[in-house]
Ligand binder design. Structure first.
Ligand SMILES: Cc1cc2nc3c(=O)[nH]c(=O)nc-3n(C[C@H](O)[C@H](O)[C@H](O)COP(=O)(O)OP(=O)(O)OC[C@H]3O[C@@H](n4cnc5c(N)ncnc54)[C@H](O)[C@@H]3O)c2cc1C
Length: 571
């Protein structure tokens, strides 16, 4: 049995119990001797799909089917299956498509995906007692939000004498290896994370698909099906209680779709390498073209992060005639993902201000009207409204759109807590990750991770949008009431003379809302408040230490030349 890369004698039944305290997560290995040396326990295995909804590069699945007498593939709806307790229609739909794809892949090899409703530990107990299941495999979920669920399952398996197989494949590295390599603490800045990661070995290569030829698939009797509330087919979002309300997602879930999507994404990467630059999705954020992001596929694990990582690197080698890229910068976005996962791995309060040891306590305002206006895309700032409306409709917005709306809600304009914004993101985004979303919100609101932005520079909702999508077509697409306005006013409709507003059928305050705040005034006041908070902190928090202007520029995806014009906020 392999636990996080550590091989343990397979005559012993080893259960990896991960305990957690609010500060620190300890890893304990319990070795529970089972039988005498040399005797093999017959293996009836279940692979529990949670994230990692795929066949390719799935080490836990490969281990589950190896030498199994019988094998079951299982998914459980336990109330949090779409990733977080809060989820809107689009993410539920993406999950549904991903499960349908997996089910049809399993049907093609002679089985099916068994979908149950209920508490995982109870379901595995029943499967052990009534179907003779001896082994349970799953992919590591490193976010602290899953600790309780997985600790319960591990404890139950230990009590029942079942073997647990847990493998790392949702991340490039085991976050706990990074923490160990950093002396027991997560590296508190991105820069430090990169340094620690460089000390570790390269991430493992993606593993091949399972060989299904010799696998014997288990069946579920009618009696057991009734007991475990086996779903007769993959339940649609509507069957689970979601109601479609104008949503029109552009991303489709499923492994096969993700692999197709990866091919087109790699062509874009290849073109960029040939033209001499990297990170094309960042350098030229395309607001109007076909969707390019891999985030939803990675979030549900329809695509292996290790496959994405290595395919991009291989493409680079191919274009550059075998020259390896020196650093991780080729896939820097993936390092941000690792960083936020790692930061949250031993911090169950990562998604809130209170009791969150890395978060600065900022006295944010409560303003339900402003919060609602922001959520509904009714702030009176066209670029902000376009982003929020795209997110509600399609379940996705580009990273730069996220930075604009997050800055606007928090330290930029409205001075509303990042926790409120986070809940809205959890609801609407198809790629919403408990830790990745919270980490980005803390970063953007100057609550953790960085120092330089700390409100002396904040994203201007007008200039940033104009810089990123100068044609205004993006706004016309998502804010149709502004569609006929001349280009001169599309980013600032309040500047259009009333005659122009009348002529083009868009009266500000009637057809489109007035600005809920004046950016210039609000951002100045917020700057003062943030400065006072900073001055009142006797010691600068460690995690706000060494970030630099380059890191901020890269995070905001802005070229050097225009950086200062955008962040100074002239409006
Ligand atoms: C306030 C805020 C909240 C966010 N919430 C999420 C979230 O819940 N889930 C999520 O996957 N991404 C989140 N992001 C990060 C990023 O905006 C999305 O991953 C986005 O889809 C990346 O698009 P891309 O086309 O540039 O990614 P790609 O080029 O396709 O990047 C590949 C992968 O890198 C990762 N990645 C890219 N940027 C970041 C980042 N800043 N932080 C962490 N990982 C990153 C994502 O997993 C992404 O799939 C958030 C960003 C902000 C500013």
């Amino acid at each position: 049995m392999d636990l996080g890369g550590k091989n343990i004698d397979n005559t012993a039944l080893t259960v990896h119990v991960t305990l957690m305290t609010s500060q620190l997560r300890f890893r304990l290995y319990y070795i529970y001797l089972h039988g005498t040396k040399g005797t093999e326990m017959s293996k009836v295995s279940v692979h529990w799909f949670r994230h990692g909804l795929r066949f390719h590069d799935n080490p836990a699945l490969l281990e589950a089917i190896k030498d199994a007498e019988r094998f079951y593939a299982v998914f459980i709806f336990d109330g949090e299956s779409a990733g977080t307790k809060i989820s809107g229609y689009n993410r539920a739909q993406f999950l549904y498509e991903s499960l349908c794809d997996l089910d049809s892949e399993l049907k093609a090899v002679g089985s099916q995906l068994f979908i149950f409703n209920g508490v995982p530990a109870e379901i595995f107990t029943t499967l052990h007692k009534e179907a003779g299941v001896t082994h349970l495999s799953f992919e590591q979920d490193c976010e602290a939000i899953w600790n309780q669920r997985d600790d319960d399952v591990r404890r139950t398996c230990l009590e029942l004498g079942m073997e647990v197989i847990e493998k790392i494949s949702h991340t490039l590295w085991d976050p706990f290896d990074i923490i160990d390599a950093n002396g027991g603490q997560p590296p508190l800045t991105y820069e430090m994370f990169v340094q620690v990661a460089q000390v570790l070995e390269d991430p493992p290569r993606a593993l091949p698909n399972p060989e299904w030829d010799n696998v014997i698939f288990g069946e579920i009797t009618d009696e057991l099906a009734a007991k475990l509330k086996l779903a007769p087919k993959v339940p649609t979002p509507e069957m689970q209680g979601w109601i479609r309300n104008g949503e029109a997602p552009t991303y489709v879930g499923g492994e096969r779709q993700a692999l197709q999507h990866l091919k087109s994404r790699l062509r874009v990467e290849e073109d960029a390498f040939r033209d001499g630059y990297i990170l094309p999705n960042q350098v030229n954020p395309d607001f109007l073209g076909p969707p390019l992001s891999m985030s939803a596929a990675l979030r549900f694990g329809c695509l292996s992060v290790r496959k994405f990582y290595w395919d991009v690197h291989e493409t680079y080698y191919k274009v550059n005639r075998g020259q390896p890229s020196a650093t991780h910068s080729l896939t820097a976005q993936l390092i941000w993902r690792e960083f936020f996962y790692c930061m949250s791995a031993n911090n169950p309060k990562y998604d809130q201000m209170k009791q969150n040891p890395i978060c600065i306590q900022i006295p944010w305002n409560k303003n339900p009207d402003h919060l609602k206006a922001w959520e509904m895309g009714q702030t009176g700032y066209p670029f902000i409204d376009a982003c929020m409306r795209q997110m509600r409709k399609e379940g996705w917005i580009h990273h730069v759109g996220r930075t604009a709306v997050a800055s606007f809600l928090t330290r930029g304009d409205l001075w509303i807590s990042w926790e409120e914004g986070l809940k809205v993101f959890y609801k609407y985004l198809i790629d919403a990750d408990w830790s990745v979303a919270a980490g980005n919100w803390m970063w953007l609101s100057s609550s953790a991770f960085e120092r330089q932005l700390d409100c002396s520079v904040c994203v201007c909702p007008v200039a940033y949008g104009r810089r990123l999508e100068p044609t205004g077509e993006y706004i016309r697409r998502y804010v149709p009431e502004l569609a006929s306005l001349p280009h001169d006013y599309i980013f600032e409709p309040w500047k259009a003379p009333s005659k122009v507003q009348e002529k083009f059928g868009c009266i500000v305050g009637k057809d489109y809302p007035k600005r809920i705040v004046r950016h210039k005034t609000a951002s100045k006041a917020n700057y003062k408040m943030m400065k006072n908070i900073r001055d009142s902190l006797k010691l600068a928090p460690k995690h706000c230490a060494p970030s630099n202007a380059d890191e901020i520029r890269q995070y905001l995806r802005l070229p050097k030349a225009c950086f200062h014009n955008i962040v100074e906020g002239r409006h």
